[in-house]
Design a protein around this ligand. Structure first.
Ligand code: ZN
Length: 249
């Protein structure tokens, strides 16, 4: 970034944004195939009851699914999870071995249906778009800070300094970043409800409900977090709210 600033002055934030955007998109596309293998082993899900059930579900939900992988999450943690990685043809569903150990086939399909719900509702793409915008806004505001010599003076310098402006930005940006974080969390919670609804409609609300209960036991989730705490910190709605929402479908 400093190099961009030295070369292009006021336009540095645009070049930095392009670079960061390229990096973010690269990471989203290749995280699962390049980074994860450094720490964990992913193997294609073997033939059997689970694979049959998953394939039956995805063809019925109209979802082309070629890559289902199992990751040896149990190597480092008892936490269970499932996620979608990659975009387009690179997309894959990754199930933790801990998840497969803890859940019944029906529950696993319901969890998968939730993940497919995220995909069908384009949550990943929207999430990336929002993150790119967020980075752009942040860098633009940074450029305003960098352009303002008063901030260096306020921190005790006699002349304008890029580095001091950067520090003042770090100090003053945090309230704004908190507000943006709140918006991101609220969006993420909405997406969770939407994915739950998709799973309830195409798979089974009962199976997803029992899977979520098992997961929250494993993850030692707080069952009754304070609503204000949820508002500020939770990217997923608490279990009880999710079960209630699904009961109304
Ligand atoms: Zn989700």
């Amino acid at each position: 970034m400093i190099w961009f600033y030295q070369v292009t002055q006021g336009y540095f934030w645009i070049y930095t944004w392009l670079l960061i955007s390229g990096f973010m998109i690269f990471m989203v596309m290749f995280y699962s195939s390049l980074i994860v293998p450094l720490f964990n082993k992913q193997t294609p899900l073997e033939q059997g009851e689970l694979r049959d059930a998953i394939e039956a579900f995805s063809s019925q939900a109209g979802f082309q699914l070629d890559n289902v992988f199992v990751i040896d999450g149990s190597r480092r943690s008892t936490k269970a999870n499932a996620y979608f990685a990659g975009l387009g043809a690179k997309k894959r569903i990754v199930l933790y071995d801990t998840l497969i150990k803890d859940l019944e086939v029906g529950e696993l399909v319901a969890v998968l249906a939730h993940e497919i719900g995220h995909y069908k509702k384009k949550h990943a793409r929207k999430g990336i778009a929002v993150a790119l915008c967020q980075a752009g806004i942040m860098l633009f505001i940074l450029s305003l800070f960098i352009a303002n010599p008063l901030l260096s003076v306020a921190l005790g310098a006699h002349i304008h300094s890029f580095h001091l402006a950067l520090i003042s930005f770090a100090l003053l940006y945090s309230p704004l970043s908190t507000v943006m974080g709140l918006a991101m969390n609220s969006l993420s919670r909405r997406n969770e409800y939407e994915a739950d609804r998709f799973a309830a409609r195409h798979s089974s609300a009962t199976a997803l409900g029992s899977a979520l209960k098992k997961l929250s036991v494993n993850n030692l989730s707080n069952l009754t977090p304070h609503p204000a705490y949820v508002f500020f910190n939770y990217s997923h709605p608490p279990l009880l709210q999710r079960l209630r929402a699904m009961a109304t479908i």
